[in-house]
Design a protein around this ligand. Structure first.
Ligand code: TGC
Ligand code: FAD
Length: 392
């Protein structure tokens, strides 16, 4: 079993900008991960299984709905705390952060923001403790980047809705207790519905053969004439803007998370380069190694600053979709580049599971695609600065 020796890089003393509460939350998450998750993550990754035993711990560190108010069972933290938790989780594994992101931003957030009081009281406390695990069904087999074209639909049958269709690539689906599902009504308007495990005609087959994000369970959501009670429709927002609003929150968390993955790769590479001797010297003494390491810490530091500022804007309620897109896109690409450089610094050892590098690199190939692909985020920036959408 590998010891987790992680030491967080903080080149521009960003800790000085954090409150004592931020540091406490981040350090609790970091310590919990070192003790409880780092020792088992490689094993679960290899088995392609989510370690369900971490669910109570994830809840305890505030990993489920960090910014959901206390009256609904959440810890009621600010957006920077949320980001720091995501950073620490993804420092360990993107799949761990994924489970937390989906539960927090894609299940709890829409129930909190678009649900009624009964729905909030019924679901949020159980989601906050991890008694319930949720999934978010937007993507379909033929509608990924273009969710507005979705085919999943529901009909008003008088005393219930009848839901038909299929969602694909859904994180947490194989073991979720509830799913927030986006579907069109008879007029073609998109609404969110809460579908519960056990409803007749609802199944969640697992997707196998993933070579990325293996410690996160992914699957389908299939609806074959599912009778959904009318009280399970989220009443307070409809249209494509409703699911896209949830994505803003999840993409923000990913922007922080990707920094965590990059920090882990950099930290490992720095340590390895000082210990590994070639030609009679530590490889860290060669200029080419120093160039790689110096560029890695520069890019991580720039991403930290961008994301901290985004956190301030989120706290003020003024962060725009396009600002969030820029941070998600920049930070995931930065993390992938750092992972690739770190892999080279580790030489052959870098391809083994002795180090977390290849796992991060493979995970980040999902992260660069989900929650809006790298190119979709570029187009969101392009639309924002020109005023012209280039999606279609
Ligand atoms: P468009 O015409 O631009 O917009 C439709 C309506 O939505 C509004 N809107 C937003 N509202 C709130 N928040 C946002 N971020 C919004 N973006 C757009 C917009 O104003 C409009 O409103 P209205 O009132 O005028 O109707 O839509 P479009 O069809 O042209 O698509 C735009 C595009 C391509 C940017 C969008 O569809 C998109 O973002 N596509 C990417 C899809 C995506 O990110 N899917 C993610 C699925 S979930 C996931 O991956 C989870 S992984 C989780 C994990 O494991 O961590
Ligand atoms: P496509 O949309 O088919 O894109 C293929 C390529 O075409 C991409 O390079 C894309 O950038 C490019 N492209 C598409 N449109 C344009 C355009 N207009 N201009 C230029 N280029 C374009 N979804 C959920 O709803 N819930 C989940 O929990 C969830 N979890 C996921 C977990 C994993 C591990 C993965 C891999 C995906 C998950 N997704 C989830 C789905 C994810 O959001 C989609 O994969 C993503 O939105 C891209 O859709 P797609 O894979 O169909 O690719």
């Amino acid at each position: 079993m590998r010891t987790d020796q992680f030491q967080a890089p903080d080149y521009y003393n960003l800790d000085d900008l954090l409150t004592d509460e931020h540091k406490l939350i981040r350090d609790s998450a970091r310590e919990w991960i070192k003790k409880e998750v780092s020792p088992i993550i490689e094993d679960y990754y290899e088995r392609a299984e989510f370690p369900k035993q971490v669910i109570p711990g994830l809840a305890a560190i505030g990993g489920f709905g960090p910014y959901i108010p206390e009256e609904y069972g959440g810890p009621g933290l600010d957006q920077i705390s949320y980001g720091l938790i995501m950073q620490e989780l993804e420092r360990c594994d993107s799949g761990l952060r994924s489970t937390s992101s989906v539960q927090s931003s894609l299940v709890m957030y829409p129930i909190y923001a678009y649900g009624n009081e009964e729905q909030r009281k019924k679901y949020l406390p159980k989601l906050a403790t991890g008694e319930f695990i949720g999934s978010f069904g937007l993507t379909e087999p033929d509608h990924g980047s273009n969710p507005g074209g979705m085919l999943t639909n529901f009909k008003d049958m008088g005393d219930h809705y009848l839901l038909n269709g299929a969602k694909m690539w859904i994180s947490n689906s194989p073991f979720c207790d509830i799913a927030v599902v986006w579907a069109k009504n008879e007029e073609g308007r998109i609404h969110g519905l809460i579908v519960e495990r056990g409803m007749e005609g609802f199944s969640t087959p697992e997707t196998h053969g993933k070579l990325s994000l293996r410690a996160s369970a992914t699957g389908e959501l299939i609806f074959d004439n599912v009778k959904v009670p009318k009280e399970n429709l989220l009443p307070n927002k409809s249209g494509l803007g409703a699911p896209l609003g949830c994505l803003d929150s999840a993409r923000y968390g990913i922007a922080w998370g990707a920094i965590g993955a990059a920090m882990d790769c950099y930290d490992s590479a720095l340590r390895y380069s000082k210990e590994r001797i070639q030609f009679g010297k530590p490889i860290a003494s060669f200029q080419l190694m120093q160039k790689k390491l110096a560029e890695m810490i520069t890019e991580i530091t720039k991403a930290q600053l961008l994301t901290f500022r985004l956190g301030q804007l989120k706290n003020a309620g003024t962060a725009t979709t396009a600002q969030i897109s820029m941070a998600k896109r920049n930070n995931v690409e930065m993390a992938l580049n750092v992972a690739r450089e770190a892999r080279q610094i580790h030489g052959a050892m870098g391809i083994t599971n002795e180090y977390s590098i290849m796992r991060h690199m493979a995970n980040l190939e999902s992260v660069v695609t989900y929650e809006g692909t790298h190119d979709i985020h570029l187009l969101i920036t392009g639309m924002d600065i020109t005023g012209i959408p280039a999606f279609k």
